[in-house]
Design a protein around this ligand. Structure first.
Ligand code: ATP
Ligand code: MG
Length: 473
């Protein structure tokens, strides 16, 4: 027996379905915003993160999994994905022609050597978006509103959006000077991390989670008093636009974020579940004015983005029963009455599956009673029974497991039969995994075709929502 590495967890069975559901919902919604998928390596050169996330961040100072490979290169398992995305955009010269913006989304594992606790792992999954080439404050709003509406789509009602402005370089320089002055008389009483932060980047102190330090931090100067007119104007435009979109927010002038690359607008999404549990921020992000240039892209090219922690989303959604509509039922369970009909049973299952019916077949030679038990356990809609009579008459018994009605159906009519019994529009409207939070189909995020049914369900011929090209043929 081998134990899990500390801070890691297996995502399996029903739990994995939940991760897939959350990720697919976010991905499909991102596609609506015209974000394109980027898959970058999990390993990157360590200096990428030192340069981007920043030497003064907790991540670089103590949370990175860094090692020398056999060629003596310093490699780091990515602690976040923004740096890799921007590196990729730069390396692939996607900004070189000034064709702004490049809009990317990503999903994948991140690694941080943190103290494992509720909502905090050493390997966890992030979904995120980046917009590289931001030339308008409304791009920041686009990113924030994407996050807000995506979380609403997942079912988060009482979402709290905290927002702040860190200002431009000049605002932050003035603010840092003020903070340095303020903390000078307190720093001796503060935690060791804060002592380091004081030297490396005094702004970071505002992010300290130690209770006693919080008391001191409470009375520190506020960034809002140090914003330049330009930064104030930028921030106001963002806030006004959020108002227009009906997005509620709370200005939190203590919000600075744990990564060094942010400037101007920063934000976090918080949520407390009905059990009163909060797992920290569900997602967070902001604007970055230097990161792209630092990584070798066009010098004045700015960007913005956000990342969400899938583990935290799944935990809160479990607490609030937001997965109740996830359908893990089976359409058909095929039951051969003896071993000699196993190959017929397999052939029928194969045809069911090719026609889009989710099916399982018993090839374990179980008794009829045991097979019915299994069909119920698997939450099957139909039991399809094959015995000697059925083979002789080229038919199959279809038993509807909810009504307990059964009929003998000719093999050549089986698909039509199931289509009319399982494939009714009425039912499918509500079986679409990603419309589970909606009444009808209008808002279903995978509803990207004229035909107003069969979202993610693949029964029958018209059900091809993931395969637009097929439709054209
Ligand atoms: P926190 O303040 O909670 O440590 P962070 O500021 O370090 O979060 P980001 O780097 O902005 O987090 O990452 C974006 C999101 O990723 C977070 O909002 C959170 O949902 C998730 N996240 C961050 N660290 C972890 C972790 N160790 N385990 C699980 N999820 C995490
Ligand atoms: Mg952190």
């Amino acid at each position: 027996m081998f134990n899990l590495v500390k801070g890691t967890h297996d995502i399996i069975l029903n739990e994995a379905d939940k991760y897939t559901y959350v990720e697919q919902t976010l991905v499909q919604f991102a596609e609506f915003y015209n974000f394109k998928e980027f898959r970058t390596p999990i390993i990157e050169s360590s200096d990428l993160f030192q340069r981007s996330v920043g030497d003064s961040s907790d991540i670089v100072r103590k949370e990175m999994y860094t090692f020398l490979d056999k060629g003596d290169r310093s490699i780091t398992l990515r602690p976040e994905i923004t740096a890799g995305i921007i590196r990729s955009i730069v390396n692939n010269k996607l900004l070189a022609l000034g064709d702004y913006p490049v809009k990317a989304y990503y999903v994948g594992p991140c690694f941080r050597y943190e103290r494992p606790q509720q909502g905090r792992y050493r390997q966890f999954n992030q979904f995120g978006i980046e917009i590289a080439g931001v030339t308008s404050p409304y791009r920041d709003v686009e990113a924030i509103s994407f996050g807000y509406f995506a979380l609403k789509l997942l079912g988060f009602e009482n979402l709290k959006l905290k927002i702040n402005s860190l200002g431009d370089d000049e605002s932050r320089k003035n603010y840092r000077d003020a903070l340095t002055k303020y903390f000078a008389s307190y720093i001796d009483q503060m935690c060791d991390d804060c002592k380091d932060r004081y030297k490396l980047n005094v702004l970071r102190i505002l992010d300290c989670k130690v209770q006693e330090d919080q008391e001191i931090i409470k009375n520190a100067p506020k960034i809002s008093d140090y914003l330049t007119d330009k930064s104030k104007d930028y921030f106001n435009k963002v806030l006004k636009s959020l108002d227009e979109l009906g997005i509620e927010y709370e200005i939190d002038d203590g919000l600075v974020r744990g990564l060094d690359y942010y400037s101007d607008v920063v934000f976090e999404f918080h949520y407390t579940s009905s059990k009163g549990l909060s797992y920290g921020a569900l997602g967070a992000g902001g604007h970055y004015n230097k990161l792209i240039g630092e990584i070798g892209g066009p010098k004045d090219c700015e960007g913005c983005g956000l990342a969400m922690g899938i583990e935290r989303l799944v935990s809160v959604m479990e607490d609030d029963q937001l997965f109740d509509n996830l359908d893990d039922s089976l359409d058909c369970y095929v039951m051969p009455l003896s071993m000699e009909y196993q190959s017929d049973a397999l052939n029928i299952s194969s045809s069911l599956r090719l026609n889009g019916f989710k099916s399982e077949v018993n090839l374990e030679g179980k008794s009829l009673k045991a097979m019915f038990k299994k069909a119920n356990k698997l939450n099957a809609k139909f039991a399809l029974i094959i015995g000697e009579d059925e083979i002789k008459t080229n038919s199959i018994i279809c038993k509807d497991l909810s009504s307990e009605q059964q009929e003998s159906v000719g093999i050549q009519d089986l698909i039509d039969y199931l289509d009319s019994h399982i494939g009714s529009d009425e039912e499918h409207h509500h079986e679409c995994g990603c419309s589970s939070n909606h009444e009808g189909h209008e808002n279903c995020c995978c509803h990207n075709h004229e035909n107003d049914h069969h979202c993610c369900h693949e029964h029958g011929q018209e059900h091809e929502c993931y395969n637009e090209s097929k439709k054209e043929n």
